[in-house]
Design a protein around this ligand. Sequence first.
Ligand code: ADP
Ligand code: MG
Length: 254
Amino acid sequence: MNEQATTAASNTSRMIEMRGLNKWYGDFHVLRDIYLEVERGERIVICGPSGSGKSTLIRCINHLEEFQKGDLTVGRLPMTRDIKRIEQIRRQVGMVFQHFNLFPHLTVLENCCISPIWVQKKPRQEAEAQAMQYLERVQIAEQALKYPGQLSGGQQQRVAIARSLCMHPDVMLFDEPTSALDPEMIKEVLDVMVELAHEGMTMLCVTHEMGFAKTVADRVIFMDQGQIIEENAPDRFFSDPQSERTQLFLSQIL
Ligand code: ADP
Ligand code: MG
């Protein structure tokens, strides 16, 4: 296969596959028989009531949580408990959390350079130049020498996105990235996410921002009590929800 053909093949390949995933926290059955396939370039929005297992589900993808039953593959690599495999998978996956999770004692620039330097062994100068490029993309380059605590929540979240992008992930996971933000800052973060989506990034976003779902999602997934209850293209999902639980949920948030 020539290089172009290889790229074409990988562009259409599966990014994430969950088959019969089950997880328990002690006795509590938190994920129940999850089947989920995500193609490269797909944008998935996951919604559902608090406690339904959304965070747990996406945290399994980079092994922040372990599951007990079923299979998970990320970029064709089966998840195992082998630390080398976990690291291989984590290199493909970027994650953005509700509470930013920046290193408070490092500047914005250092936050974006630390993994490229220590994990990817990039020369510092190269790592810094790349970090500045991504910080410019999220329009925050002028804050590069500040500490996270000196920035607003919206600015910190944009730094968190830039920091993830510096590792060139194949897929980005977002866990309620705008839930901790004041209303006037939500848009600046969503704008960055919309741009990423338009650039073709594979994205799994736990969010209740239904405007975002309508704009960019290929599929919306509704979870309740550890199960995927319903999934559909956004227009169908919002206009014609099939299950009573989905209807109730939508009536509460829309
Ligand atoms: P969501 O993100 O949809 O709000 P979570 O995945 O965070 O849901 O949690 C699902 C359920 O699992 C909740 O009932 C929560 O209390 C429980 N849970 C989450 N993390 C833990 C944990 N580390 N230990 C025990 N129970 C947990
Ligand atoms: Mg959650």
